[in-house]
Write a protein that binds this ligand. Structure first.
Ligand SMILES: Nc1ncnc2c1ncn2[C@@H]1O[C@H](COP(=O)(O)OP(=O)(O)O)[C@@H](O)[C@H]1O
Ligand SMILES: [Mg+2]
Length: 379
């Protein structure tokens, strides 16, 4: 059945282009694109573009600073800066601007998109706005997955800052943890922290950088992995992440091959594990945009049982978000227990150019499988 596709996204972004190409490859017409900039200018309304049975694909709002500014402005109630000031922010490469306020604005944006549910029948969401919000909130997402008995690393709750983290690590006998900015993605605001209470030695590995400005610190994300050993800097970074909201969890030692640690990015489509990409790294972060290598799943030294178990765990995680047609899941396999752990689930996790499953790229596969999607009708 030919469906009416609507993409809400940044039209200049390659994600939109890839999806349009996939539609055309299946003999379908291109999707109507509603840009986030238009949404903010209220020039075009989503209700005018959808009809009964439309498919809505909500794309990442990332990589467009005008949109980032508007999202922060929309979240002004969170109280860091006014909407006016947010609209005047100047672009700075890698700067992490007001994450709590950004998430507040992102929530308001997704809720506004979700409201179209009530205006038409049989709407199909490729990714459901309320799922997107949950997936973007790492502590809530990990708690939800744990409550559904998906294997996730053990979390430390309500860590207020550096000193509290060290106390909690000691009392839980954890020497290595991941501290993640609650709404981060693309390794932004992700720290691998190791602390040995007996010797008081500590090390923090992260893509984050800090810079003093006007008596405060500003925080950046870079493509380089840095190793911090000075208490002052470690404390500034961890205190800031915790002040915004942090997901703190056990650092699971990853399986390795030829001197690289690895995890798997698994794309689940309609709750089934489809595309899978081993991500090989010399650092604790495996994100591919950091220059890490893609591997071949057959040459990792994993047994078939280990691979199957990892894929099954990913499917279990995918089933928790049954209202979304696809999600990109980060699965790592512990080098100690050989068991899979779900560390991240991404609402926009299908940007895997050049990776095929059943002979199809991620976007084409999602379109072909859409007939299996559950139709959400919230009347
Ligand atoms: N608990 C963990 N133990 C070991 N490695 C982890 C853990 N959590 C995350 N990582 C590594 O750090 C990377 C970034 O973390 P992730 O939660 O996926 O954040 P992001 O949303 O920025 O991708 C992951 O790709 C993974 O390899
Ligand atoms: Mg990830």
């Amino acid at each position: 059945m030919e469906r009416n596709y609507v993409i809400i996204g940044n039209p200049e972004n390659r994600r939109v282009d890839f999806f349009q190409r996939a539609l055309i490859s299946q003999g379908m017409g291109p999707a109507t694109v509603l840009s986030y900039e238009e949404v903010f200018k209220r020039k075009l309304k989503i209700n005018n573009l959808i009809k009964d049975g439309s498919v809505i694909r909500v794309e990442s709002p990332g990589e467009n600073f005008n949109v980032e500014r508007e999202i922060i402005a929309l979240g002004h109630e969170a109280g860091d800066i006014s909407g006016e000031k947010a609209r005047r922010l100047e672009y700075e490469k890698g700067r992490i601007f007001y994450p709590t306020q950004w998430y507040h604005g992102f929530t308001r944006l997704q809720e506004a998109i979700w409201k179209v549910n009530s205006s038409v029948r049989g709407l199909v969401w490729m990714n459901y706005p309320l799922d997107i919000l949950t997936m973007f909130n790492k502590p809530i997402c990990q708690q939800l997955l744990a409550s559904k008995l998906v294997r996730v690393p053990r979390s430390l709750r309500e860590v207020s800052g550096y000193e509290d983290l060290r106390c909690k690590m000691e009392s839980h006998s954890l020497k290595r943890v991941f501290v993640k900015l609650f709404c981060s993605s693309s390794a932004s605001g992700i720290c691998a922290y190791q602390y040995e209470p007996k010797s008081n030695r500590e090390i923090l590995i992260s893509t984050m950088e800090i810079s003093p400005r006007d008596g405060e610190f500003v925080f950046y994300n870079s493509l380089k992995i840095k190793r911090y050993t000075e208490k002052i800097k470690i404390k500034v970074i961890l205190d800031w992440i915790c002040s915004q909201g942090a997901q703190v969890e056990a650092w699971i030692p990853k399986e390795s091959t030829n001197g690289y640690v690895f995890d798997l990015r698994v794309l689940a489509v309609g709750e089934k594990a489809a595309h899978r990409v081993p991500r090989l790294s010399k650092s604790p972060m495996t994100n591919l945009h950091l220059g890490n290598k893609r591997g071949d799943i057959k040459s990792l030294g994993l047994t078939d049982d280990e691979i199957n178990e990892a894929l099954m765990e990913a499917e279990k995680a995918a089933a928790v978000f049954a209202g979304s047609h696809y999600k990109g899941i980060d699965v790592l396999i512990s080098s100690e227990s050989h068991k899979p752990y779900i560390v991240d689930i991404n609402a926009f996790g299908d940007l895997l150019p050049g990776i095929a499953y059943d002979g199809m790229d991620t976007y084409t596969y999602e379109i072909v499988k859409l007939t299996n999607v559950k139709v959400i009708n919230c009347e």
